[in-house]
Design a protein around this ligand. Structure first.
Ligand code: FAQ
Length: 319
């Protein structure tokens, strides 16, 4: 810190300018704190709700090996949710409160998890497209200006790469299997392609938070830039899979050095955000049930923590 940097505000700006990290005890503008709590908790909720479509297939996975892999993946998502709630808590909002916002329907989670996983191929499409989009969006977040968020993202991204590979492998096998299996893989990609592209958020012109989040170096790229990066990445991958992406406007644009792609259905996206997607009600109902069913576990954990802390205190004071 230089001599000229006096106030918290100046120090905060200095950290952002220097591409350094803001840490929990540093002064930060209220709006910076608020936007981080919003984004990080939405991200945590997405990981937790995102367990549902896949968990639904654990008992129906086609082999023991596939079942074990899927269970590990779903457990990873739970872990990601927990790191992210911990990162959000460092900003001063307790996890109980964040959880309550989700249960009350006040908090958003990613639109993609409001679509059903109808077939085993959907598990492949979720891994390849949904985890693929998540990685594309989250690798730049490893450099987010808020330390605990950026550090949580490093580990999450490593695990997401494994998730994407498992999805790719499921789709590859199906695509090169029987005609019916190939069709199942194509159908899954047809249904998940558009919603996966919408995970990056609304178009830049309709993204109220992007500009400020980029100025604060929370987000490093705009929604449309990341979406473009994802499209450029998956077109050759789809060819290698032997599957087609359901967009007649997809074409290489020599001048831009990118693939052009067709307009997405933004009316559908905003309807899903308002709770009108195919599975919004079901996802929230299941989350509320799971919360109720977990009540005794939370009570037991709290009682155990109180008991061990009493024992530790007695040992300290020699009682
Ligand atoms: N769904 O101004 P912007 C995963 C909301 S990956 C729902 O552009 P921002 C891994 C947005 O919150 C999925 N809501 O907002 C996994 C804002 O709401 P407001 C989670 C969306 O924040 C894989 C409003 O619209 N990943 O879970 C969506 O600058 C497989 C205006 O939008 C993350 O959360 C959407 N798709 O940019 C798990 C990544 N898009 O202001 C299980 C971190 C936008 O009313 C299985 N988050 N909204 O509160 C981000 O990078 C950003 O928050 C964006 C949105 C890019 C999602």
């Amino acid at each position: 810190m230089t001599d000229q940097v006096h106030s918290g505000q100046e120090y905060f700006e200095h950290l952002i300018d220097q591409d350094s990290r803001v840490e929990p005890r540093d002064w930060m503008p209220d709006a910076y704190r608020k936007t981080l709590v919003r984004q990080v908790s939405q991200h945590a909720h997405s990981e937790i709700i995102g367990m549902q479509p896949e968990a639904n297939w654990i008992s129906r996975a086609p082999s023991l090996k596939r079942k074990a892999i899927l269970m590990a993946k779903v457990q990873d998502e739970a872990g990601h949710g927990l790191y992210l709630y911990s990162a959000a808590e460092t900003l001063g909002t307790p996890r109980d409160e964040l959880n309550q916002q989700l249960l009350d329907g006040r908090a958003k989670y990613s639109s993609i998890f409001n679509y059903p996983a109808r077939t085993w191929a959907d598990i492949g499409a979720i891994g390849w497209l949904v985890d693929g989009a998540a990685i594309c969006n989250q690798v730049p977040l490893c450099r987010a200006s808020y330390g605990p968020y950026g550090r949580a993202m490093v580990r999450i991204c490593k695990e997401e790469s494994f998730h994407q590979r498992q999805g790719w492998e499921i789709l590859y096998e199906l695509s090169h299997g029987t005609e019916a299996q190939h069709q199942m893989a194509q159908d899954a990609v047809d249904r998940f392609y558009g919603p996966a592209l919408q995970m990056f958020g609304p178009p830049d012109a309709d993204s109220p938070n992007s500009q400020q989040s980029m100025a604060w170096k929370i987000k490093r790229f705009s929604n449309d830039d990341l979406r473009q990066r994802f499209v450029d990445m998956i077109v050759p991958q789809a060819e290698a899979l032997g599957l087609t992406l359901p967009d007649p406007d997809l074409a290489w644009n020599e001048e831009r050095g990118h693939y052009d792609y067709g307009e997405l259905d933004w009316d559908e996206f905003f309807a899903v955000l308002k709770g009108q997607g195919p599975c919004n009600k079901q996802r929230m109902q299941r989350r509320r049930e799971a919360h109720r069913e977990g009540q005794w576990v939370r009570e037991a954990a709290a009682a155990y923590a109180a008991k061990t802390s009493r024992t530790a205190t007695s040992a300290l004071i020699g009682a």
